[in-house]
Design a protein around this ligand. Structure first.
Ligand code: SAH
Ligand code: DHB
Ligand code: MG
Length: 222
């Protein structure tokens, strides 16, 4: 089996289930034209975030790593009209592109983009008691994933979901001797979550347009 059959099936499924969607294709085209890297979640993965956020009745969502706002659009669509996504992005250019994309998608009123290093922004969110959140999506620098998970957990309501992207990295997760900071970060995350009594968690391995990877999905205990 190859990446090409995974990509073909992904294309079939996203056409069938997500469909042609001008907001989504427009967001990807604008991100590409502005030189952003093509590392957004796939459409089916974005829809998974939307389904999970809807499933917990999310009204407040935290996203760490905005890029051009592709995943943000799905998260915002999961919200009622008075719901909010707070999304954190280090790169001001990425944030500016995301602002235009979420506005063009008609969900701009539900999206607050904060620019800066996520660890600092999270401290500020905790200081100002801007939580609790019903759903968190962690998708920024992988070396800090465990620290982001801790912060998201402190900011979560009981029953909230926390989802982390890019945990499996083509199987590199298995390499305990890896010197790759991304891999080490994800190994630390899994160890930390395994030892964390306040969540029940799993990792779902995925294939598709983005190759072989996986999501950690955790529910915060009541
Ligand atoms: N969630 C997006 C993809 C995010 S890509 C989607 O699926 O559409 C990762 C993003 O995290 C990049 O835009 C990068 O600039 C941002 N990032 C990297 N380090 C960061 C940090 N320390 N704080 C906040 N954002 C960071
Ligand atoms: C990368 C980051 C991501 O969030 C992703 O989903 C895929 C790739 C990266 O930095 O290479
Ligand atoms: Mg990702």
């Amino acid at each position: 089996m190859s990446d090409s059959i995974w990509a073909g099936v992904d294309e079939f499924l996203s056409s069938a289930l997500v469909g042609p969607d001008a907001a989504l294709t427009g967001a990807l085209a604008a991100s590409d034209a502005e030189g952003l890297p093509a590392i957004a979640v796939s459409a089916c993965q974005g829809r998974m975030l939307e389904v999970l956020a809807r499933g917990v009745g999310a009204r407040r969502i935290l996203e760490i790593g905005t890029l051009g706002g592709f995943s943000t659009i799905f998260l915002a669509r999961a919200l009622p009209a008075d719901g909010r996504v707070i999304t954190l992005e280090l790169n001001a250019h990425h944030a500016a592109v995301a602002r235009r994309n979420v506005d063009a998608a008609g969900v701009g009123e539900r999206v607050e983009i904060r620019v800066g290093a996520a660890l600092e922004l999270l401290e500020e969110i905790e200081r100002h008691a801007a939580g609790p959140f019903d759903f968190s999506f962690i998708d920024a620098d992988k070396a800090n994933a465990a620290a982001y998970f801790s912060a998201a957990l402190r900011l979560s309501r009981p029953g909230a979901l926390i989802v982390v992207d890019n945990v499996v990295r083509k199987g590199a997760l298995l390499d305990e001797a890896s010197t790759d900071e991304n891999v080490r970060g994800m190994r630390r995350l899994v160890e930390q979550v395994a030892a964390e009594g306040r969540v029940t968690a799993t990792v779902v391995q995925t294939v598709g347009a983005k190759g072989y990877d996986g999501f950690l999905i955790a529910v915060v205990e009541k």
